[in-house]
Design a protein around this ligand. Structure first.
Ligand code: NAG
Ligand code: NAG
Ligand code: NAG
Length: 345
């Protein structure tokens, strides 16, 4: 009996594997563990856009200014990335606010991605728009991409690179024409290395990202669109002034996705969306919060899997650990939503 079951399980596993294409990061392709680049052309490496929908992974807060902190180190990231993959089926890690502005943090993320076969999204640190720290963060990324050790490998691990998280909302680099021009320069460098580029931003900013009345693109949004390979959208009903209940969140999210599909028409992922499992002074937003609401919020995303598949939109949980009551991981390491592998379709 045991042998029969084992044979059936093995056969089922073979079938499941056979159906998965040999590509990264949703398929069977794996990275060489010696930091050499895969023996395949870049265009044949990444999975097709048709597979890029539904749950992708987590935003990964990196709020340690000391680059030597364990949290900015290889082993720490490797262990977290492995848990995201093993326990939730994640494929991509979104570096979020990497405040260490040295090459090491990006190099360690690549190494952790290699060790766990996870893709990584690079992000320039905005420092909330204050000063020119973004230039140092950007330079660190440039240096990694031109280094002998990481340069050839990076385009096989780095899924995409964002010129800041909410650089428009935080008025980084002026927040207008200059920002758009510098995004164009950043994109040119990323594209020369084979890496797509854009920004991570909320498009529901009437008069800037969207038109005055929410119709069409605003002046900054038009410039961002022209200088981006994709949309990494922040769709955040939690912060609407109407103070929605969690049950009222989805209509806004689906409207925004339809708006992006109509007005921006670029490959799209939701990189930030959130709900709180308890009140917290960092998160003044919707008041309908709790573990039940948090669970409802995220399970609704997965329940809408066919919607995401139709629009070819991926989404990330915000966040892993580091944003208080938005986190999926409690301080003791257990999960707010245990035993859950999103990706129903
Ligand atoms: C960044 O790296 C340099 C050496 O490359 C080192 O001197 C410096 O202390 C590092 N900065 C931080 C914040 O760790
Ligand atoms: C909204 O704004 C757009 C462009 O600014 C304009 O063409 C359109 O007529 C406006 N629509 C309404 C309903 O005000
Ligand atoms: C972990 O912490 C959370 C929140 O404080 C608590 O609800 C949960 O029971 C804890 N789990 C374990 C295994 O200690």
């Amino acid at each position: 009996m045991r042998l029969v079951i084992a044979t059936i399980v093995a056969a089922a596993a073979t079938l499941a594997t056979a159906k998965k294409p040999h590509c990264f990061p949703y398929g069977t392709a794996t990275l060489p563990k010696d930091l050499s680049k895969p023996n395949v052309q870049l265009k044949d490496w990444w999975c097709p856009k048709s597979m890029a929908y539904g749950f992708q992974g987590f935003s990964y807060p990196m709020a340690y200014y000391d680059c030597a902190a364990p949290q900015n180190g290889f082993e720490y990231m490797r262990d977290d990335f492995a848990r995201m993959k093993r326990d939730f089926g994640a494929s991509i890690v979104r570096m979020y606010y990497p405040v260490c502005m040295n090459e090491s943090v990006f190099e360690n993320a690549i190494r952790a991605g290699v060790a766990t076969d996870m893709a990584v999204i690079f992000q320039v640190w905005t420092n909330f728009g204050v000063g020119n720290d973004w230039q140092q963060s950007q330079q660190a990324i440039y240096n990694v991409l031109s280094s002998d050790t990481f340069g050839p490998l990076a385009p096989y691990v780095v899924h995409s690179a964002d010129f800041g998280s909410e650089p428009v909302g935080d008025w980084m680099d002026g927040g207008g024409d200059q920002l758009v021009a510098d995004l164009g320069k950043f994109r040119a460098v990323m594209n020369a290395h084979g890496i797509p580029a854009g920004i991570s931003e909320d498009w529901d900013r009437p008069g800037r990202m969207s038109g005055e009345n929410g119709t069409g693109l605003g002046p900054v949004g038009a410039g961002v669109r022209a200088n981006s390979d994709y949309v990494h959208a922040h769709i955040m009903p939690y912060y609407l002034s109407s103070n929605p209940t969690v049950a009222q969140a989805w209509p806004y999210i689906s409207d925004q996705i339809a708006w992006l599909a109509r007005n921006v028409r670029l490959p799209t992922m939701i990189t930030e969306s959130q709900w709180a499992w308890a009140p917290h002074p960092w998160h003044s937003g919707a008041s309908d919060v709790g573990v039940a609401q948090y669970t409802h919020y995220w399970k609704k995303f997965d329940d809408e899997c066919h919607f995401f598949k139709r629009y070819k939109v991926g989404w990330f949980i915000h966040t892993w650990l580091g944003e208080a009551t938005f986190d999926m991981v409690y301080g003791n390491g257990s999960y707010v939503i245990p035993n859950w592998r999103p990706r129903k379709c």
